[in-house]
Design a protein. Sequence first.
Length: 269
Amino acid sequence: MINTVYGAFLRRLGGWISVADLITLMSELDVDGPAARSAISRLKKKGVLEPERRGATGYRLSPAAQPVFDEGDRRIFGSLEPAKLSDGWAMAVFSVPESERSYRYQLRTRLTWLGFGNIAPGVWLAPGRLLGDARDMLVRRGLSDYVHLFAADYAAFSDLPGTVSSWWDFPAIQEQYAGFTEAYGPVAGALDEQGTIDGAEAFRHYVPMLTQWRRLPYLDPGLPAELLPADWNAVAARQTFQRLNDVLAAPSLRHVQEVTGLVEETPEG
């Protein structure tokens, strides 16, 4: 949830927050102070946060983490519609020497996290619109020397919808979507009836909701509709997310500003 707070709000407010204010915000999400401090420490060790004192002790998002959050924005907010078959495919082919097999694990993990499906040993496939994110990730992680990336088109010979279902775990993806809809569909319905919502309440709904949702666009590669099962349940989940994002994002940001006193930055900085 701290990642969500930085990604959704603090990047727009200068990227820094005092420890005291961050703990206050986390307490509103039922996270106690020791747990929040422990999470901050882990994020510091991972290089996501950097300590910076501005009259008070605080942490800012590290420069190295910025591209990861930017990529997350594209996946979370910009890929709500399925890809088109005419977009083609991004194909990654790699071969890693046994002496460097740790890189093989990293490649599999990172490509899976981006939404690639494994079609054969060392051959991975994703909708073409993920090519740029794949290139950026491989460079950022120092893995580009092991991979050939291709922009590809499907030519023949299999039943593509049937074959694709063996490259991605559709039941697991649908289970995640169903869990999100079951958890937050009633929240969306209740807010529709309620009408106005204050910032603190919006924040308490929005951060856990966005934290759960932001994993899903990575599990789901956004395959073309023609290749998906007839009962694909992503549409309902996306509609629920969009309704909640439209209602909760702005008042949540205002609440964070009220708690922290931080001001939204202009595009010029």
